[in-house]
Design a binder for this molecule. Structure first.
Ligand SMILES: Cc1cc2nc3c(=O)[nH]c(=O)nc-3n(C[C@H](O)[C@H](O)[C@H](O)COP(=O)(O)OP(=O)(O)OC[C@H]3O[C@@H](n4cnc5c(N)ncnc54)[C@H](O)[C@@H]3O)c2cc1C
Length: 505
């Protein structure tokens, strides 16, 4: 089949063919293949993002690269597309998967640490807490984010803002090699010497645009401890604290990476004291430096008299749980944007729309991540996302349960809209859960290179047919072409368009 030509099929013939050939997937993934109507289908399609109702044509759980290859090839033959997913932390933009195989990588959990070379190699189902533990045993740290159970692959392919980000830059640029199955079913290894265009593209360009990643290798750093923790105030102090933090964060040296949050904790037993039933301001983060330097840097925030201060020298591995992100699937959702500045008027607005008197839904969380430093400078030899073009990452999130969902999203949109005057519409796509113009995630030249180099970057060894996907000369993806359908944000999570590629000798 792969030696000849596969013509583009139409919607109708594809649907009929998909129905006929779906059963060809059975037995190809030893972690399980679940088709609509199967007893385990509902469990198989449920991801970390419980509010997202994915209804793929099939769900496959491969346990190794060979099985990934087999499923990609069978999906192509059946006229189906393939949507790879690690955990589902960013399942929200996937959209309509009725003609797609959801490829769930959670069974591929191998980790190898080469302590001497300061390198990690992980398979595509590994989550960050496992890497932190394995690397920490060797006195090494990875550029992980705040969520212990977020997937390494999705986070790294989309960017990766860690607690070390203002010192060490976006985590994606610590990637040293990626192994992936391209749309024609070829397993390729890309690094600085092999398929350098594709290596450039996957580092920030979103993996699923180019293939199903099976394993990934990245640099670890000799960081055994950090000066890290949290400062907590009542939400009524938000204006004073945010005014100070906004100025402090903009001027802080690269050694500091922090987050500022408004948190509303429900009065339920699952929430521990002293947070239960409280509305709080929390600043947390890490300083890479000695204690004296860290204490000097944090003094302007500590001088505001927080009711709790846990900043101290801690093992680097403890940072993975510092932010108190949930470690189980949750029905959450939200909105985000990159901000350029936080002048006094922006502080007023944020406190107005997300403070104690805002009238927001009980569970709204509003967060500002401190960017800049190394995140704001293009890293030499970087991939498609060389830096983040903003000084602060705004995130508004909440629970999406029943009727509450509409209220939550309305509140989140109100927060993001209120801060729009301080944004140029640039986005960090890893935090985007709604349809956005994906070009907002890249500088103009990177975007041009991404969309026009797609054909070249998916060149695979000549013993294999050449894959053309997406057409390099067809201009930017639009909302209704084959690249965005089923994933309104092109770079975020688009299934491989295996039905619209042309395979040739
Ligand atoms: C609670 C929470 C905390 C977060 N904290 C941070 C943070 O501190 N810093 C930060 O930068 N981001 C953070 N994020 C955003 C996070 O980076 C994204 O949600 C990221 O997509 C998570 O990766 P995943 O593999 O778990 O996601 P998934 O939802 O499983 O995958 C997202 C997308 O990644 C791609 N992908 C995943 N696996 C593969 C694969 N094997 N091959 C090809 N493509 C693949 C696909 O396009 C997929 O649709 C956070 C998100 C949440 C929900």
């Amino acid at each position: 089949m792969f030696g000849g030509k596969l013509q583009v099929t139409t919607e109708n013939t594809r649907s009929a063919k998909a129905e006929r050939d779906l059963s060809s997937l059975r037995g190809l993934a030893s972690g399980g293949v679940h088709l609509r109507g199967d007893e385990d289908y509902d469990r198989a399609r449920t991801t970390w993002a419980l509010a997202v109702d994915l209804r793929p044509a099939a769900v496959a759980f491969p346990l190794n690269a060979e099985e990934v290859t087999a499923v990609v090839r069978a999906a192509a033959a059946a006229g189906l597309r393939v949507a790879p997913l690690g955990t589902g932390h960013n399942a929200h933009p996937l959209g309509d998967l009725s003609d797609s195989v959801l490829m769930r990588m959670s069974g591929m959990t191998g980790i190898t640490i080469d302590a001497d070379a300061r390198q990690a190699r992980v398979e595509a189902g590994v989550v960050w807490s496992s890497v932190v533990e394995a690397a920490g045993a060797h006195g090494l740290a990875a550029l992980h984010g705040s969520s212990p159970d977020a997937g390494v692959v999705g986070y790294l392919l989309g960017g990766g803002v860690s607690w070390y980000a203002r010192s060490l830059g976006l985590a994606t640029n610590s990637l040293t090699a990626v192994e992936l199955v391209t749309a024609d079913g070829s397993l390729v290894r890309v690094d600085a010497e092999h398929h350098p265009d594709l290596f450039w593209a996957v580092r920030g360009g979103g993996g699923a645009n180019f293939g199903v990643v099976t394993a990934i290798e990245f640099t670890l750093y000799p960081i055994e401890t950090a000066y890290a923790g949290m400062l907590v105030w009542d939400l009524r102090d938000a204006h004073q604290v945010l005014s100070r933090w906004a100025q402090w964060a903009a001027d802080a040296p690269d050694a500091v990476t922090t987050s500022y949050r408004h948190l509303h904790f429900p009065p339920i037993p699952e929430i521990p004291e002293p947070f239960r039933g409280r509305q709080l301001v929390v600043i947390d983060g890490a300083v890479l430096g000695d204690d004296a330097e860290a204490e000097r840097l944090l003094a302007p925030l500590r001088n505001l008299g927080p009711e709790m201060d846990t900043f101290a020298r801690v093992p680097a591995a403890s940072l993975i749980r510092m932010h108190m992100d949930p470690e189980q699937p949750v029905p959450g959702g939200g909105r985000s944007s990159l901000l350029d500045e936080l002048p006094p008027a922006a502080v007023d607005r944020l406190v107005e729309v997300a403070g104690a008197d805002s009238g927001n839904s009980l569970f709204l969380m509003a967060e500002l991540r401190q960017l800049g430093g190394a995140l704001g400078r293009p890293q030499p030899g970087a991939g498609a996302t060389a830096m983040l073009d903003g000084r602060f990452q705004l995130i508004a999130g909440g629970m999406m349960i029943g009727e509450l969902a509409k209220q939550t999203i309305a509140d989140c949109e109100r927060v993001v809209d209120a801060m729009a005057p301080y944004s140029r519409g640039r986005e960090y796509l890893n935090f985007q859960e709604e349809p956005v113009d994906p070009s907002t995630g890249y500088d103009a030249s990177a975007w041009e290179r991404l969309i026009h180099s797609a054909t070249r970057s998916t060149q695979v060894p000549s013993s294999r047919p050449t894959t053309k996907f997406p057409p390099a000369d067809s201009g930017p993806p639009s909302a209704d072409d084959g690249r965005t359908r089923g994933a309104r944000s092109w770079n975020r999570a688009p299934p491989l368009t295996v039905t619209s590629i042309r395979l040739a000798h």
